[in-house]
Design a protein around this ligand. Structure first.
Ligand code: ADP
Length: 488
């Protein structure tokens, strides 16, 4: 099924501030395009730092009353939001696929995953408890309470246009914070629909605001969010390079910052592994969203005794992929998001091939359109190749072999990144050893897909700080206030 021009439903193509659909003050707009066809979907407001300033003020005003709502009130609104997301999943998925290129079934999956966060935090809101401490002094009582930190600026990426917002927004709202979101320029439409459903669910005006900007204005809007005295914290998901800029910008005001940055996930297959299951998991981890996920397995390390078997089975799995528009029901691999991504992936593969890598399948752009790349499997990778240490973010798997557990742990940890990691083994002692030895925030053990709203998602080292999801996601948006009652 191919959609012709415009989707059948009403698309929101204005920014969302104080509960209203608004244009940029300067009246500028930018184009949102379908990466599969390069067709214009719509034009939306290109907001600058002045528009951002207004949204921040609105959110700051709204915080005064939102922070006084009861947890139960916030919980009910979030639960309604969850119900509306579920009820509208088909139209949301169509928008998401059109602007991001991901296959429709992955869009549905992401919308369910987004809804999971909203549901989880509608429940968690009621459990933001304090503590009564054991005072060391008879005349004193000591308590800890949790309070919302204030207005949060959120900057989010295009690879999960709704989920990366939902996991932040739901936790922040549950905590009593208000928010200003700047979605990625490639995928702002899913963010706007998410906000629209929030309004329908009863989120008061000004509590959620969406400032849309082109890449040209992203830096100045980001700077405004990081430096405004009315902003209490920043939550960012995106590249490590931009994360470092935001971290610096936040230092002036000692602002809270949550960073979920790039990964370089190892996927290790030990000799005791179930090879068939490892192939299925590696395929899912690597090729979801055409490889454009920060938890995608980026380096496959396979024990030398099973490397040949693993590589040939992985090649078979990859050869079965259907590349095409995400709107076609049987598509597994859609287009990459934009020209910059395509160029990067393509040059990493070209560099590897020129230095002696073997392409078992793929190895070049796909003839289907300018943003399509062939699902690719490379072996004979060595450290002189750029692809050895780069985050690929494309449909390209690289297989390397290893001899010993010690050697592979060292290689797996030899990166500034520390987000997701994976390994397959059926040796129980080894499983425990390796799980503890991997310097990563998350470890998939005999599993390639680990994300869940119930779990704590996040990295160490240059992959970021803070956790999203689970009860720990609340910590990002609350502070502990210590109350000391004296002279009792
Ligand atoms: P990617 O390389 O995957 O596009 P980015 O980190 O560049 O990841 O983008 C993630 C988000 O950060 C997007 O919303 C983008 O607009 C925003 N962004 C890009 N550059 C800056 C910047 N200098 N300051 C603030 N935000 C930025």
């Amino acid at each position: 099924r191919r959609m012709s021009t415009a989707p059948a439903f009403q698309l929101h193509n204005q920014a969302f501030v104080n509960g209203n659909w608004v244009d940029a003050k300067a009246q500028n707009t930018f184009a949102v395009k379908d990466p599969a066809t390069d067709e214009l979907i719509t034009s939306i407001p290109d907001m600058d730092e002045h528009d951002a300033e207004e949204a921040i003020q609105v959110a700051s005003e709204a915080f005064k009353s939102w922070k006084r709502t009861t947890a139960k009130e916030r919980s009910k609104i979030l639960r309604k939001w969850y119900d509306l997301i579920i009820a509208n999943q088909d139209s949301l998925a169509e928008i998401m696929t059109r602007e991001s290129g991901k296959p429709l079934k992955e869009s549905i999956g992401e919308i369910m995953y987004s809804a999971d966060y909203v549901e989880l935090y509608s429940e968690e809101a009621k459990r933001i408890h304090g503590e009564v401490l054991q005072s060391p002094v008879k005349s004193k009582e000591m308590l800890l309470i949790r309070q919302p930190i204030g207005v949060i600026g959120m900057l989010t990426p295009w690879n999960f246009p709704m989920a990366m917002i939902a996991r932040k927004a739901a936790a922040a709202l549950a905590s009593g914070c208000t928010i200003v979101i700047k979605p990625a320029e490639d995928t702002p439409l899913s963010a706007l629909e998410f906000a629209a459903l929030g309004k329908e669910a009863g989120i008061p005006d000004g509590v959620v605001n969406v400032v849309t900007s082109s890449r040209k204005n992203a830096a100045s809007v980001g700077l405004k969010l990081c430096t405004s005295p009315l902003i209490a914290g920043i939550s960012f998901t995106g590249s490590t390079a931009v994360g470092k800029i935001l971290y610096k910008q936040c230092s002036g005001g000692i602002k809270r910052i949550g960073l979920e940055l790039g990964g370089n996930a190892p996927f290790i297959v030990f000799e005791s592994a179930d090879v068939d299951k490892a192939v299925i998991a590696a395929t899912a981890s690597k090729f979801r969203n055409a490889g454009q996920t920060c938890v995608a397995c980026n380096r496959l390390f396979v024990h030398e005794s099973i490397q040949e078997e693993f590589t040939s089975k992985l090649k078979n799995a990859i050869s079965g992929f259907v590349v095409g528009s995400g709107l076609n029901a049987n598509t597994n691999i859609g287009p990459l998001i934009n020209q910059a991504q395509l160029t990067k992936v393509s040059s990493l593969v070209d560099d590897a091939l020129s230095k002696g890598a073997t392409a078992h399948v793929g190895g070049s752009p796909h003839s289907l359109g300018k943003l399509f790349y062939q699902p690719t499997l490379l072996s004979n990778i060595n450290p002189t190749m750029l692809i050895y240490s780069a985050e690929i973010f494309g449909p390209v798997a690289t297989v390397m072999s290893f001899k010993s557990e010690e050697e592979v742990i060292e290689k797996a940890n030899d990166t500034p990144s520390g987000l997701a990691s994976y390994f397959f083994s059926n040796d129980i002692a080894q499983i425990w050893r390796v799980a503890k030895a991997l310097d990563y925030g998350m470890v998939g053990i005999n599993e390639g897909i680990i994300s869940a709203a119930e779990a704590a998602f996040g990295g160490i080292k240059e992959s970021g700080m803070g956790r999203e999801g689970s009860k720990h996601g609340i910590d990002e948006y609350t502070y502990i206030k210590y109350l000391c009652f004296g002279n009792l």
